[in-house]
Design a protein around this ligand. Sequence first.
Ligand SMILES: C[S@@+](CC[C@H](N)C(=O)[O-])C[C@H]1O[C@@H](n2cnc3c(N)ncnc32)[C@H](O)[C@@H]1O
Length: 290
Amino acid sequence: MSHIPVLLKEVIEILDPKAGEAVIDGTAGDGGHAEKILERIGDSGKLLLIDWDKENISKLENKMKLNKNTFCVAGNYAKLPQIMAMNNFPKADGLLLDLGFSSEQLEMRNRGFSFRSDEPLIMTYGDESESLKDFLKRVNVAELAEIIRKFGEERYAERIAEAIMENLRKINTSRELAEVIKKSVPKFYEYGRIHPATRTFQALRIYLNGELENLEKVLDLLDRILNPGGRVVIISFHSLEDRIVKLNFNESAKKGRLRLLTKKPICPSEEEVIKNFRSRSAKLRAAAII
Ligand SMILES: C[S@@+](CC[C@H](N)C(=O)[O-])C[C@H]1O[C@@H](n2cnc3c(N)ncnc32)[C@H](O)[C@@H]1O
């Protein structure tokens, strides 16, 4: 299934890309948002598309109607100033970050994001990060429990961590890992709204990819990335990310560095959630550089 862009209308309205502007999509994914941005900025605009997953980047290069002013780069958005310098990309008028992973990565990529199929224990977007397999070899129960608790807000973190470490030899795929987690939690948890491994998988993905650190880094770099008046739009999918964006924006607004474009986060309509269940936890916050 291809990825459906979340809050597309709202992103374009607030990012407000205009003809001739320079815009960066730091999490280009399947290019759903990028396609609309490109339509708005036109041939005179410049677009920088970044994704840490190099397969996404090669797909975008083939799929999108890119013009000579579009640059596709496989890399981490936390290194945006270096990526911009290497590609001679000017300070931008807009930056979009649509955090996390795409439906395509979950279903097609074979990097261990899915708990429904037998995929290798990788769970990273880029190849340079430590894989889940290597991480599990070196971690102890207490450290693992802490990671699951902190990044997954999982109430059964300790028993899940114990079960994973006890069954380590038997866990060779993401589905096998999910099965061990499922067996370690109380029965009622199994019949909840989400799969019992959801929070643990989220925690491991956030930890291995340094997702919260990447977000904090890019937020601190905004005045090197954007021109005065430039807009930044961020869509987050869980409270840990949203808290970081909210605190950073509020702090920067107080210091006179940013002007808030959203007082409260924008969430998808019921209609959007029905069409795209993945959008249910999305929160959009935006600000402009002063
Ligand atoms: C939710 S998807 C983006 C979907 C995209 N907006 C679209 O409309 O198709 C998030 C993407 O961000 C990428 N990603 C995650 N962390 C990243 C990082 N630190 N730097 C660059 N890309 C990252 C993932 O590989 C994934 O493709």
